[in-house]
Design a protein around this ligand. Structure first.
Ligand SMILES: Cc1cc2nc3c(=O)[nH]c(=O)nc-3n(C[C@H](O)[C@H](O)[C@H](O)COP(=O)(O)OP(=O)(O)OC[C@H]3O[C@@H](n4cnc5c(N)ncnc54)[C@H](O)[C@@H]3O)c2cc1C
Length: 297
């Protein structure tokens, strides 16, 4: 199907983008890589009258280290994140996640901010960034704002972004020495969205036990979710098989999946438990300095 007719703009500046968004209100949408918005427009599930392309705002693209954070510009493509040595060395959890987004074609065009704003419940990057404690910088006609991932995510395909609010940058804290992270996804076939996924970021304490731990679950709720009960069981504890099993049961119980073409509620709960155990094991090995490659769930 063809999209409904729309007027197309490609401003040179962020101010120009905000001015157009303010002028056209709910009739306007920004366009980044087009990997989600264009299919929606073709299916007429979205029919903006005004499409505002961000393509000329190349200042909003790139990856750099700033103090204790990695700054990723909103328009940075998934493929650039995948190839970034900085991300590979400092944020292996994010690297795991971005390499399992869709296929090469989508990763060459899709952007990090586009993924977050699209807010697909089965997206890979929201759970990864939730586990890493990322913050989202935005600009709108009211000025600049910074949102935590929990503040950004509202519902399935829905965020707290206002109509004229544009994501400009994603800031990801660099985990301290002695930390390890991993993201594991179970998918029906390569390139598909997750049936269930898990991001785990943990830090070893001086005794080699699990210290702080954050666990984020994907595709098992309307947004990415923290597995807080599992986190409480594992934090500041020596990790044993029995404790991991208990944490896996807790995560299975606290996720909130819905049944769809990818699987039943029971199946997804089961997967969460399995993925949690595997992801914690990889995160622990990475925290101990081992180079571990993840494979899909
Ligand atoms: C075949 C296929 C398979 C896929 N598989 C996966 C997968 O396995 N895992 C996964 O995570 N994703 C997957 N995706 C989704 C894809 O990775 C992202 O949704 C896509 O990259 C969105 O980014 P984009 O730049 O293309 O955004 P667009 O399609 O251009 O925009 C998406 C939405 O974000 C808004 N937006 C874009 N940029 C900004 C900004 N800077 N500020 C505010 N709002 C903004 C747009 O207005 C629109 O509402 C898949 C997509 C396809 C087509």
């Amino acid at each position: 199907m063809y999209p409904q007719k729309f007027d197309y703009f490609c401003p040179d500046t962020l101010e120009g983008v905000i001015e157009l968004l303010t002028r056209y209100g709910e009739d306007a949408r920004v366009l980044a890589g087009g990997q989600s918005l264009i299919p929606l427009m073709k299916l007429r599930l979205a029919s903006p009258k005004y499409l505002i392309d961000l393509d000329k705002l190349q200042d909003l693209s790139g990856i750099s280290e700033q103090r204790n954070e990695v700054s990723i510009g909103a328009l940075t493509r998934h493929a650039e994140i995948e190839e970034s040595e900085l991300v590979q060395s400092k944020l292996p959890l994010l690297h795991d996640a971005v390499t399992v987004v869709a296929d090469v074609q989508v990763r060459n065009l899709g952007t990090l901010a586009g993924s977050l704003a699209h807010a697909d419940p089965a997206g890979d990057l929201a759970p990864a960034l939730l586990a890493l404690g990322a913050r989202i910088n935005t600009v709108s006609s009211s000025g600049k704002a910074t949102l935590g991932m929990g503040e950004l995510m509202v519902d399935a395909w829905s965020t707290s972004l206002g109509g004229d609010q544009v994501i400009t940058e994603i800031l990801v804290p660099i985990p301290p020495q002695g930390s390890g992270g991993a993201y594991l996804k179970f998918e029906r076939r390569a390139g598909d969205f997750a049936v269930a996924s898990i991001g785990v970021q943990l830090t070893l304490d001086q005794k080699g036990n699990c210290g702080d731990i954050v666990i984020a679950m994907g595709a098992v709720g309307v947004t990415a979710l923290r597995a807080e009960k599992a986190e409480a069981l594992l934090s500041n504890q020596p990790i044993s098989d029995d404790l991991l099993k208990e944490a896996a049961s807790a995560a299975s119980a606290e996720c909130d999946p819905f049944s769809d073409i990818r699987g039943s509620v029971e199946y997804k709960r089961h997967l969460i438990g399995v993925l949690l155990r595997r992801a914690v094991e990889v995160a622990l090995r990475r925290a101990a300095g081992e180079k571990v490659k993840t494979v899909h769930g």
